[in-house]
Ligand binder design. Structure first.
Ligand SMILES: [Zn+2]
Length: 196
């Protein structure tokens, strides 16, 4: 990397292993013992295209618009995923291909309402204590919000490491996932749209 783009970047120790001490022992961190941090990689600029961007792979959502969808209205759809360790994991995305920065006003206006409705619908599952949601968007250009259900009472799963716990915990059985997906879709449909 010949030209680093900012002072922030110039101050980082590329190739070195940073200390894990800040995390090991933290109540939300799922690992203990001699944890080794991977060497810090140099930035890749320009960044490689995400799915759906020019030069990238095709948008998976637009290529298979009905795949995994459990609920939709005329603007939004909710997908849910089998073979996850958390009680429920879902994606909220517009039915049309938009990024966050070009999401039209009629969609930004309903996004907040949908976040509340999806979190509430997932929260009705008996296993769920709280529903986290996040936008990362580093894999696909098509705007999507992740919803991750934290199991009731499991306080180790608070915070951002819930995504790691999703990989660590044993998978919810497929039949149970299907049952949960039906319940969430039906709960959402009470406020509009249709369960799929
Ligand atoms: Zn798309």
């Amino acid at each position: 990397m010949s030209e680093l783009p900012s002072e922030y970047h110039r101050n980082l120790p590329y190739g070195e292993r940073l200390s894990a001490a800040e995390l090991v022992g933290h109540p939300f961190f799922p690992f203990e013992g001699d944890v080794q941090v991977v060497p810090l990689a140099e930035p890749v600029i320009p960044e490689p295209p995400r799915r759906g961007e020019p030069g990238g792979e095709p948008c998976g959502t637009c290529a298979a618009p009905d795949r995994l969808v459990i609920w939709r209205d005329d603007q939004w759809q909710l997908k849910s995923f089998d073979e996850r360790g958390l009680p429920f994991v879902a994606l909220l995305e517009p039915r049309e291909h938009y990024r966050l920065d070009n999401l039209p006003p009629e969609l930004t206006a309903t996004l907040g309402v949908l976040i509340q409705r999806v979190a509430g619908a997932i929260g009705r599952l008996d296993a769920v204590g709280r529903t986290h949601f996040n936008r990362w968007g580093d894999g696909s250009e098509h705007f999507h919000l992740w919803f991750m259900a934290r199991p009731l009472g499991m306080m180790q799963l608070r915070g951002a490491m819930i995504a790691a716990w999703d990989d660590l915990l044993p998978n919810v059985p497929s039949e149970k996932h299907a049952e949960n997906a039906q319940l969430v879709a039906a709960a959402l449909a009470e406020g509009g749209g249709e369960a799929v």
